[in-house]
Design a protein around this ligand. Structure first.
Ligand code: BGC
Length: 389
């Protein structure tokens, strides 16, 4: 998925010519966020290529993210090199190395392992290429200029609140339900990939919300697997989640022991968990006894499951807006400005607090998916019926 090669920028030309005075002048008028030479703020967008590195095409959202970023950059006149790495870290490192060597004007990176790209980021800094960390935080490096993402802690809180609501512990105002069951209700917990910083924030938001109920004995985790390390699903793989659910059922839910709810952090994992539960005869729908299962990303297949009363909830994060925000940030650096942050405290990547722009998230349920997703034009009713976009 590589598009045209970049035209050498004025920056590379000047560096090649060894014109130190000119480089210093360029650095002075650059945003200062990028490296020593900084972007060529005079360059025409059509002479600039932006490198976009995405993790995988197995999750619907990254396919849309990549396409949306590309479209939005092209609308601004830039050329784009968009690459997916099949969730393979060496592939992603190599792709970014190549983008740097080719002289891209800016990088937008959604990492596989946020800590694995430090040498690529060093190289980008040395070449004066501004780096936008996209959705997932690039960690352990000073050389990250800006971060665009959603309120990731809030994702976890919202997932947990939907679970509590589905279990009847919260009412529709998300306050303590007057007729709340005393429990204990049995739940199991799943987390994302440990090398993705987001997985930790989702988990923290969810656990902070669920912990008081676990402490009171209203919620119980029969497997006793309550550490993120025990619940994490490497590379966010659906099959791994399905297998873990199967193992949990075999070991901890013998006979008719009930499982009431599952905290699942992303829609493909939710669907793997649903497969395991359905195969174990625990109901085809929630009405038939299937547990309350959460999700994230509002993938079309899961919206159909929500409409059909199979999956209980998901989280909608409008990736079109995230893509636009990434482009706004890249453009700001390329024009010698600083992008506007709305959070300068939360995202400490281990080397610095990365100025961030956070977008809001929304809980999606059977009762509101039409309003949030269909009325807004994100999906058509027909797509929901088919479960395909
Ligand atoms: C993203 C989620 C996504 C997950 C798996 C996370 O970093 O924020 O939206 O579901 O990765 O791809």
């Amino acid at each position: 998925m590589t598009s045209s090669l970049p035209v050498p920028s004025r920056r590379t030309f000047l560096a090649g010519a060894g014109s130190l005075g000119a480089i210093a002048a360029l650095a002075a008028c650059s945003g200062g966020g990028a490296g020593s030479s900084g972007p060529d703020t005079e360059a025409d967008p059509k002479d600039q290529t932006i490198g976009v590195a995405m993790p995988t095409q197995t999750y619907e959202r990254w396919v849309q993210d990549g396409a949306n970023i590309k479209k939005s950059l092209e609308k601004e006149g830039y050329k784009v090199t968009l690459q997916y790495a099949d969730d393979d870290i060496p592939t992603q490192s190599q792709q970014i190395d190549q983008m740097v060597t080719q002289g891209v004007a800016a990088l937008i990176i959604a990492s596989i392992d946020g800590s694995a790209l430090t040498s690529q980021l060093d190289a980008a800094r040395a070449a004066g290429i501004p780096v936008i960390s996209y959705d997932r935080l690039l960690t352990n490096s000073e050389n990250v200029d800006f971060y665009v993402t959603f309120d990731n802690y809030k994702v976890g809180v919202t997932q947990a609140n939907s679970l509590l609501y589905g279990l009847g512990l919260l009412d529709e105002k998300f306050e303590k339900a007057s007729d709340a069951p005393k429990g204990p209700l049995n739940i199991e917990l799943f987390a994302g990939s440990l090398d993705d910083n987001n997985a930790h924030l989702f988990w923290k938001g969810a656990i902070d919300t669920l912990q008081p109920y676990m402490d009171d004995g209203v919620l119980e985790v029969p497997s006793k697997q309550t550490d993120i390390d025990q619940c994490a699903i490497q590379r966010w793989e659906q099959e791994t989640a399905q297998k873990r659910m199967e193992n949990l059922l075999t070991t901890h839910y013998k006979g008719d022991k009930k499982l009431d709810g599952v905290l699942a952090p992303a829609d493909p994992l939710s669907r793997g968990i649903i497969n395991a539960l359905q195969n174990d005869g625990r109901g085809d729908t929630i009405k038939d006894g299937l547990p309350i299962i959460t999700g994230q990303d509002a993938e079309i297949a899961s919206i159909k499951l929500i409409a059909d009363g199979v999956q209980f909830s998901t989280i909608f994060k409008d990736t079109r807006k995230l893509a636009d925000q990434a482009v706004v940030a890249a453009k700001a650096y390329l024009e010698g400005k600083e992008p506007e942050a709305n959070d300068t405290k939360t995202y400490d990547n281990g080397s610095k607090v990365v100025p961030s722009y956070l977008l809001p998230v929304e809980m999606v349920l059977e009762s509101n998916y039409e309003k949030i997703l269909v009325d807004s034009g994100y999906y058509t009713e027909e797509q929901v019926e088919k479960g395909q976009a």
